[in-house]
Design a protein around this ligand. Structure first.
Ligand code: SAH
Length: 243
């Protein structure tokens, strides 16, 4: 089955872009996924194909017009009624690997990319659009965020990644960061690969990797560590945990 991607954008020429090379590019060529980049401007009704207007209440920048956005979304939904519609915005829920996994298991995705100051808020009231953020950063447009989201989905599609097991051990899949990796040369500038990894003792290696994964998560991402621990350590009394 082909994972059907529709991107609603003012810059369709940005797609497939980086997704046309390497793993994702090969998968595109093989038909594991497809992409249609739709020009939002084509849905503007006026002579000048206006897509934006000044912000109500004043202030800098321009806001994408809700009527134009709705027409673009309606077009995509008519073509792919089963695909969820996502809008890239720093106001959205931060993207997680769990959400990526859900999306990748579905029929595809439609992604609305913002520009300028972003979207007229009423699009989220008038249409079932899920607001998604790539993180606490501000990009100049939704396109690079869409590319990142799609890359994360595409590598999980059946047959796209070489070794099926490599996806499961990745950072975040168990709620933890992945353990660190090493490869030859065995010694580099006086630094050696940890001895355990050269021991051939698979049980010891697995234990070391688990310990590293836990200690690195605790020190680098206390937020992840707390969530992980919170999920595992159930209150003994059966009383509700106070968060
Ligand atoms: N004024 C907005 C930012 C607009 S940036 C605000 O402060 O919230 C222009 C567009 O870039 C947005 O509409 C969105 O589509 C995209 N964008 C910027 N940062 C993003 C992020 N962290 N995640 C997803 N999309 C982002």
């Amino acid at each position: 089955m082909t994972f059907a991607v529709t991107v609603l954008t003012l810059y369709p020429e940005m797609f497939p872009g980086p997704l046309g090379v390497s793993l994702a590019g090969r998968a595109l060529g093989e038909g594991a996924w497809s992409i249609e980049a739709v020009q939002i401007r084509d849905f503007a009704k006026d002579k000048h194909h206006t897509v934006d207007d000044t912000p109500a209440g004043g202030g800098a920048g321009m806001v994408l017009k809700v009527d134009v956005l709705a027409a673009a979304v309606d077009h995509a939904v008519a073509e792919h009624p089963d695909c969820p519609v996502l809008a890239m915005t720093p106001r959205g829920a931060p993207l997680t690997q769990a959400r990526v996994r859900e999306l990748a298991a579905g029929p595809g995705v439609t992604i609305l990319c913002g520009r300028f100051e972003g979207f007229d808020e009423r699009i989220f009231e008038g249409r079932p659009v899920e607001e998604v953020s790539l993180g606490d950063i501000v990009l100049s447009g939704g396109e690079p965020a869409a590319i990142a989201l799609l890359d994360a989905c595409i590598r999980l599609l059946p047959g796209v990644m070489g070794a099926p097991s490599s996806g499961a051990e990745e950072s975040f899949e168990e709620g933890l960061l992945e353990y660190p990796h090493y490869t030859r040369p065995q010694e580099w500038e006086g630094r050696t690969i940890p001895e355990v990894l050269r021991s051939g003792d698979h049980a010891r290696i697995a234990a070391w990797r688990k310990a590293m994964s836990e200690s690195d998560t605790r020190s680098r991402r206390p937020d992840l560590w707390e969530r992980h621990g919170g999920a595992r350590v159930k209150p003994a009394s059966g009383a509700r945990r106070k968060d």
